[in-house]
Design a protein around this ligand. Structure first.
Ligand code: IMP
Length: 424
């Protein structure tokens, strides 16, 4: 039996979708455990690009069951569209998808509040998908859960309680609160389409585990966006690290066998907040162009920079990573020299990991490594890579203290070097 957690080690967009998609071909169940439609997983299948926000990346395979766990915040309209896309491709057979009754619904009021806040001086560059306000309702115990869709009277009361809670802030920000009756009626209409897929997701995960099946737990965002371990307050509102895989799926820590961290061969970030190795000007532009670094959810240009060793070390610790998967190695091709940040300097002290405060003031300490000009997309073994690319990977392993077990050298499923079987 195996339960493998996949998490991003940076600020999201590490290419988790492709790695999950690959491993999913070998899994029996794939579980999303947190976040919502702020995530965007881009998959390229037979040259066609498909973006999913809510259903697990494995949805494009025929075999694994897709489970949307209790830790998620679900925009019903987006989910209905994605289920329709699965159906269109003949991939929505009975029992294929289970949506946790415990997951929370993203309501129109959450979008409205997210949008109004982002217009103000405290904007943090959210995806404006209502994620923060929805998790806020959850913590305030006035959220509306998927299971509430089953009881119209109860649903109406829950929606009214949420809206009453938001009214003062919306009015103070100059907005008009949505009508609770209308919102509840709309939700009830949408519920018809979701009902066949709503169920006991936690039982589904445990039943799979007890049957000795392979379970993949698919993280969203990345460690540096974690509500506790990220660059607070420039973070998302959920636990995106490996601990969140447990709380968001209902598995216990002892049920997890491996934790794979996905890291880009360089670093990107969307939204505001500190980013020590960020490249400004033409160098950053060149990386953005080469890596097609534009957000899958918002289309925003991503900020680009060098690989950050302290971030890697931090991610290895807080997730208990057993290994790394390195993505987009091909994007670095053609650069004469590569820089890797090995530590920071802050107020005269050397730091090996990101500090809880003051990350915007650190100076990265860089090491330079020679680049390569050869096309690496065709490589399927480490030996097929140029020696300089292999040396770059070795240095990453040294900095992280865990092995690199997968290297992605292009967007297609086949463009991958696999060094170890995660299920073994
Ligand atoms: P929110 O999750 O929409 O509240 O946004 C909070 C922060 O997390 C912003 O900086 C977003 O750009 C960032 N963020 C949220 N989801 C993702 C993601 O899937 N990839 C990259 N950044 C994300």
């Amino acid at each position: 039996m195996s339960a493998v957690v996949i998490v991003g080690v940076q600020w999201g967009d590490e290419g988790k979708g492709k790695v999950v998609d690959l491993l999913t071909a070998e899994a029996d169940a794939v579980v999303r455990f947190g976040g919502g439609a702020n995530a965007g997983h881009t998959l390229v299948v037979d040259g066609e690009k498909v973006v999913f926000h809510l259903v697990p990346s494995g949805a494009l395979h025929t075999r694994p069951r897709c489970i949307l766990g209790a830790g998620m915040v679900i925009d019903p309209r987006v989910l209905i569209d994605e289920l329709a896309e699965m159906r269109r491709r003949g991939l929505l057979s009975e029992g294929r998808v289970t949506i946790s009754e415990r997951a929370h619904l993203v309501l129109p009021v959450h979008f409205l509040v997210d949008e109004l806040r982002e217009r103000g001086p405290g904007a943090i560059g959210t995806t404006k998908r209502g994620i923060g306000p929805c998790y806020q309702d959850r913590a305030a115990r006035r959220g509306v859960r998927i299971g509430d869709l089953d009881d119209p009277a109860h649903l109406k009361a829950r929606v009214a309680a949420s809206l009453a809670g938001w009214r003062p802030e919306i009015e103070a920000l100059g907005g008009t609160p949505p009508n609770p009756v209308q919102v509840a009626d709309e939700l009830l209409a949408l519920a018809e389409e979701l009902r066949p897929w709503i169920g006991d997701a936690e039982d589904a995960v445990h039943t799979a585990r007890e049957a000795g099946e392979r379970i993949l737990l698919e993280g969203a965002q990345g460690t540096m966006l974690d509500i506790d371990h990220g660059t607070y307050p420039f973070v998302t509102s959920s636990s995106v690290t490996a601990g969140g895989a447990c709380t968001g799926s209902g598995l216990g820590p002892g049920h997890i066998d491996r934790v794979v961290g996905i890291s880009k061969a360089y670093t990107t970030r969307v939204g505001e907040g500190p980013f020590p190795t960020e490249l400004h000007g033409e160098a950053g532009e060149a990386l953005r162009r080469a890596g097609h670094e534009f957000g899958a959810t918002t289309g925003r240009p991503r900020r680009c920079g060098w690989l950050d060793g302290p971030v890697l070390r931090h991610a290895v610790r807080v997730n208990g990573l057993t290994e790394l998967a390195l993505t987009k190695l091909d994007v670095l091709q053609g650069l004469e020299t590569l820089k890797v940040c090995v530590a920071y300097e802050l107020d005269g002290a050397r730091l090996e990991r990101p500090p809880s405060r003051g990350l915007e003031r650190v100076t990265p300490i860089y090491e330079e490594l020679p680049g390569w000009t050869e096309d690496v997309a065709g490589a399927r073994t480490l030996d097929a890579l140029p020696e300089t690319a292999r040396a770059y990977i070795r240095r990453i392993e040294e900095l992280a203290g865990v092995p690199v077990t997968l290297v992605s050298v292009g967007p297609d499923r086949e463009e991958t070097i696999r060094l170890r079987d995660v299920w073994a």
